[in-house]
Ligand binder design. Structure first.
Ligand SMILES: Cc1cc2nc3c(=O)[nH]c(=O)nc-3n(C[C@H](O)[C@H](O)[C@H](O)COP(=O)(O)OP(=O)(O)OC[C@H]3O[C@@H](n4cnc5c(N)ncnc54)[C@H](O)[C@@H]3O)c2cc1C
Length: 442
């Protein structure tokens, strides 16, 4: 019997409709033959060269009707829903460049969802339409170096009323793509006295607004070298007396948390599916290696430890995939709120599976796996961040435990409800007649 909180009735259908499967097949082939080769040149390409290389790929994606598929049809997307999007992201996740070529790379995809959800007509025209067309780039600027990103109620960046408009002050970091962004979505405290989840609001502003300074791109495990203005870098940004017009407010005043949640929940499905794409590729490498590398009298595939790695990886990937698709299905059928627990579960579980599968594949390759001659070391560094961004593991685990515990209560008498002597006494009473008959027959 499943535990209490999952007793809701569900119906199951694991098939993909044939028409959509054709699209997925096209995508898989396209990503493999047209995008994977570009990865090997990625380090040599500056952003402009990358754009030149990706432009014809984007045109091909648009011709297939797969561009910016995360949005509803009235915004130029396909309105696929989260299950189909998830299946797409599994394929796109196999390459860091693929989401960019398909117009649904983070953070632009999430930012376009925010603009679609709460943007005014003017904001949609100015930012959303060109973002969807691929003519603008964006960043989401919420995390601060001085406060815990895992508890955004502590945010300190402030936006204070100034006539009709606002004055923004604060420092953010890890604003992905901040140094190449044309516009920024910034979360700032507007109502310091309000309840903790109603203190902050979102603003959208041009990146060249006076007072906005890109301090640096923060070198990370993924990109350990100093660089500025590369796609995928994470910017530290100072906002100093930035004057914003009233129209910069995105959605309602005080709705920052609500909007952030609406952006992050479906985004986590996409992250998890992309991780499956990466981990699946690592498993392919593990299996290939197992079949040709000989050590201690046989190929690795004949050693039980390696067999266990392959079997465990396949089982974990399958579990993570089904869990993620189920969370996606719940969003599609019951809405984002109903899927909260499922999304939190896949966020920390998926990040662990990603890490563990890559780790085994890397180990099976020995020194070659550790070298940059294989993509595994880069995947490994990429995987480490998955346990931190979009909420660290610990926060998701705590949230899952809290939600599960709501379905339980402590026994009033302090005796566990499964306590066998207590249950036996009760059973003796309930089945007294049968017990008496048994005794009488002795
Ligand atoms: C690759 C990458 C990309 C990112 N992109 C963006 C972006 O585009 N925009 C943006 O605004 N931010 C971005 N971030 C920032 C990210 O959202 C934060 O790093 C994350 O929310 C954690 O915040 P923090 O780094 O301040 O860690 P902290 O909040 O200081 O947490 C540190 C550690 O404390 C522990 N911890 C926290 N809470 C609990 C708890 N309740 N129980 C037990 N332990 C706990 C966890 O181990 C956690 O890792 C990105 C981060 C990375 C790594």
């Amino acid at each position: 019997m499943p535990w209490k909180s999952t007793l809701a009735r569900v119906s199951w259908d694991f098939s993909t409709d044939p028409e959509f499967q054709e699209k997925l097949d096209w995508m898989a082939q396209f990503v493999r033959t047209e995008i994977w080769p570009l990865e090997t040149l990625y380090g040599e390409l500056d952003f402009d060269s990358l754009m030149r290389a990706v432009e014809p790929l984007r045109e091909a994606v648009k011709r297939q009707g797969l561009w910016a598929a995360h949005l509803d049809p009235e915004l130029g997307g396909q309105g696929f829903g989260q299950v189909k999007l998830g299946l797409m992201h599994e394929i796109l996740g196999t390459s860091p460049i693929a989401p960019f070529a398909f117009g649904n790379a983070a953070p632009d995809s999430g930012n376009s969802e925010i603009l679609a959800l709460v943007g005014s007509e003017e904001q949609k025209q100015r930012y959303l339409q060109p973002l969807l067309a691929g003519d603008l780039r964006s960043a989401f600027s919420m995390t601060e170096p001085g406060t815990a990103g895992s508890d955004p109620t502590l945010l300190q960046t402030s936006a204070v009323r100034d006539g009709d408009g606002w004055i923004l002050n604060g420092r953010k970091w890890f604003s992905t793509n901040g140094s190449i962004a044309d516009f920024l979505i910034v979360m700032a405290v507007t109502d310091p006295e309000a309840r903790s989840h109603q203190r902050a609001s979102m603003f959208v502003l041009d990146a060249d607004t006076p007072g906005v300074t890109i301090v640096r791109d923060v070198p990370t495990m993924e990109h350990p070298w100093e660089s500025l203005g590369r796609y995928g870098n994470h910017a530290e940004i100072s906002y100093e007396n930035v004057r914003l017009p009233a129209q910069a407010l995105l959605g309602a005043q005080g709705a920052g948390f609500l909007i952030a949640q609406q952006r992050l929940y479906p985004g986590r499905i996409h992250h998890c599916m992309r991780w499956l794409g990466v981990a699946g590729r690592a498993l392919d490498m593990l299996c290939e290696r197992a079949l040709y590398r000989e050590a201690h009298g046989s190929v690795l595939a004949k050693h039980q430890t390696v067999q266990n790695w392959i079997a465990d990886s396949a089982a974990e990937l399958q579990a993570a995939r089904l869990m993620t698709l189920q969370a996606a299905w719940k969003i599609d059928t019951q809405g984002v709120q109903a899927a909260r627990q499922d999304i939190a579960i896949i966020k920390f579980y998926g990040a662990k599976v990603l890490h563990d599968v890559i780790d085994r594949a890397l180990q099976a390759h020995g020194a070659l796996g550790y070298s940059t001659d294989m993509p595994l070391e880069a995947m490994y560094r990429y995987a480490r961040a998955a346990r931190i961004y979009d909420g660290p593991d610990e926060v998701h685990r705590a949230s899952v435990a809290r939600q599960i515990l709501r379905g339980y209560e402590a026994p009033a008498d302090g005796i566990p409800s499964e306590h066998i002597p207590t249950r036996r006494d009760a059973a003796r009473l309930k089945f007294a007649e049968i017990l008496e008959a048994v005794t009488a027959n002795d």
